[in-house]
Design a protein around this ligand. Structure first.
Ligand code: LLP
Length: 419
């Protein structure tokens, strides 16, 4: 459930009519709802009521906006980060270092040092090589890094190939067949306290079965590690729960996920860590855009909007579906190709889509844009970076300025020797 609803025929974010935001901030603009973020954080937490000891760490990559992190931190969430940039954002938003988990296959030495110095709660080590390097860096500073070893369980998550992470040929984690041996080697190193294991098999999962299969494998591994004399106190189950993008689409509810987790892990006796991203932020945001013009097509007309693939990359990158609707639906419907202004055919949000009949100047939204939206923006075609707004009841604030193309150009230099 979200707080983007029609009131008197006009879409509102909570109590704020979207045309007001468009008038004051311009378009395109991402609009987030505080009440929706808080609701999703609460629902996820309640879904895991059956798990006694846990940390829910929001996957910052899904939406790293400082104001969003502030809302989620205040709702009790920690942070799953994959770069020092994300770590600094989580800290700046007031999230305690011990609630920060650092994942990612390519942590540089500088990043690991910064995270050690910040005193983060856990490093999810993705390879033997990384573990050895982290141990050296920590030991040289007289520190001990709290760590989990990320396991690649070789499970097909059944999602888009580009966001699947738990198959044997994906770059993430260590093969489960070698996990015992690598764990043994790393656990013996000074500088690390290898206290557990981690897994994350992919994103936008529409089925709980692959997650359950991965968790079962992890449970067996924990038992085997304990059998070999290791102490296992923490298991990180990653994120991945999908959200509905289409009207009427049915996905596993957080409560079903929580019940499955509680059932599978009931005898593990560990602190469980979760890294949800999309399920918290996805439906808490829309991308508000204005129709530039409607162009006749051979078959369907092209509705050309002022948002483009640089603002919302998911359709171009993954062929992803984002529901598109008018801010003030006229009643009439049309079938149209919905495209942005960028000069490549990939800048297409939808082909042959049935939608509200729209005209030049009308406002519309792409739904479910709160996760992996603004965070994946670029300045392609010298379009600048899109603005972001947070709504809270009847008020709103710009929480990320639009970065105009000119400001990006100002950061560039032409060397004198080019004349
Ligand atoms: N933990 C780790 C280690 C991850 O790699 C990810 C996402 C998450 C947690 C959060 O997953 P979520 O709960 O949001 O599914 N850009 C893509 C999604 C990439 C996800 C990458 N990893 C998209 O727009 O669909």
């Amino acid at each position: 459930m979200d707080h983007f609803t029609y009131l008197d025929g006009v879409m509102h974010a909570e109590d704020v009519p979207l045309p007001r935001i468009a008038a004051e901030v311009g378009t395109p603009v991402y609009v987030y709802s505080r009440a929706t973020l808080e609701r999703h954080a609460r629902v996820f937490h309640e879904a895991l009521a059956g798990v006694p000891d846990k940390l829910i760490a929001f996957a910052v990559k899904a939406n790293p906006n400082l104001a969003v992190l502030k809302v989620l931190g205040a709702a009790g969430m920690g942070a799953d980060v994959v770069s020092v940039g994300e770590m600094r954002r989580a800290l700046a938003a007031g999230i305690a270092p011990d609630k920060i988990v650092f994942s990612g296959v390519g942590k540089t030495a500088a990043e690991m040092i910064a995270a050690l110095e910040a005193g983060i709660g856990q490093f999810n080590i993705e390879s033997e090589e990384e573990g050895v390097e982290l141990a050296e860096l920590a030991a040289a500073r007289g520190m001990t890094a709290q760590c989990a070893l990320r396991i690649n369980p070789d499970v097909d998550a059944g999602t888009h190939d580009k966001i699947s992470t738990g198959k044997a040929d994906n770059k993430f984690g260590v093969p489960i067949s070698e996990a015992g041996q690598i764990f043994g080697k790393l656990a013996g190193l000074p500088g690390v306290n290898l206290r557990g294991v981690a897994v994350h098999i992919g994103s936008q999962l529409a089925d709980l079965a692959p997650l359950e299969a991965a968790f079962e494998k992890l449970g067996a591994l924990v038992a085997a590690l304990r059998g070999a004399g290791h102490t296992v106190t923490h298991v990180d189950l990653g994120g991945g729960l999908g959200v509905p993008y289409k009207v009427g689409e049915v996905l596993p509810e957080p409560a079903e996920y929580g019940a499955m987790v509680a059932r599978v892990t009931k005898d593990w006796g560990v602190t469980l860590i979760f890294e949800p991203g999309r399920v918290i932020a996805g439906n808490a945001g829309v991308l508000l855009t204005r129709v530039v013009r409607v162009k006749r097509g051979i078959k369907d007309p092209f509705v050309i909007v002022d948002a483009a693939m640089n603002d919302l990359a998911r359709p171009a990158l993954y062929g992803a579906y984002h529901h598109f609707e008018a801010v003030e639906p006229p009643g009439a419907r049309m079938t149209a190709n919905i495209v942005g202004p960028i000069c490549e055919t990939g800048d297409t949000f939808a082909m042959g889509r049935e939608c509200d009949a729209l005209q030049a100047g009308d406002l519309a939204v792409f739904r479910t844009a709160g996760a992996y939206g603004a965070t994946m923006a670029s300045s392609y075609n010298s379009r600048g970076f899109v603005a972001e707004v947070l709504v809270d009841g009847d008020k709103f604030a710009v929480v990320a300025d639009r970065i105009e193309a000119g400001a990006i150009m100002d950061a560039e230099r032409v060397p004198e020797w080019l004349g």
